[in-house]
Design a protein around this ligand. Structure first.
Ligand code: S3P
Length: 167
């Protein structure tokens, strides 16, 4: 297992779990959103506001392709990474892909105070954050489900057991 790609909706814990998993496996850790921001010199929300989502997706794909240079590395993807272009197939050919699956209600609870940097969480006043997440999630779930593995209520221990084949 050279590269492990963690995918899943915003708030699923890709970065937090990825860091912990990397530490316990002695792997390096990469966060795709961080790399995009570093390369672009500005936060995700500014990229969306100034250049639009399609420009962000192009940057995201470029950064994804750079992960081919990473070895023994856990990579936390952005929530939308597997859903654009051929990104999911690309990752599946070059690493192990794990979907961190969470309920919309759990995601809404976790994201309720973290909407500022996430342009896709903007929703109209007549709907709740949870309803908005439920709709986005329903559009993405069939893509996330193509991962090699699915982990619900993920923890580093659960992920380790899964990767060792005892999960
Ligand atoms: C996105 C998720 C974000 C970030 C961008 C778009 C998405 O990453 O890449 O705001 O399309 O779901 P996180 O999942 O790390 O918040």
């Amino acid at each position: 297992m050279n590269r492990i790609y963690l995918i899943g909706f915003m708030g699923a814990g890709k970065s937090t779990l990825g860091r912990e998993l990397a530490a316990s496996m002695g792997y390096a850790f990469l966060d795709m959103d961080e790399l995009i921001c570093r390369q672009a010199g500005r936060p995700v929300s500014d990229i969306f506001a100034e250049n639009g989502e399609s420009f962000f997706r192009i940057l995201e794909r470029e950064i994804l392709h750079q992960t081919i240079l990473a070895h023994h590395t856990i990579i936390a993807c952005g929530g939308g990474t597997p859903c654009y272009a051929d990104n999911m197939d690309w990752m599946k050919r070059r690493g192990v892909v794990i979907w961190l699956q969470e309920e919309a209600s759990v995601l809404a609870y976790r994201l309720s105070n973290e909407q500022a940097g996430r342009p896709l969480l903007k929703h109209d006043e007549n709907s709740t954050l949870e309803d908005h997440i439920r709709i986005l999630l329903s559009q993405r779930e069939s893509i996330y489900a193509r991962a090699h593995f699915t982990l619900s209520n993920a923890s580093p221990d659960k992920a380790l057991r899964l990767l060792k084949g005892n999960g």
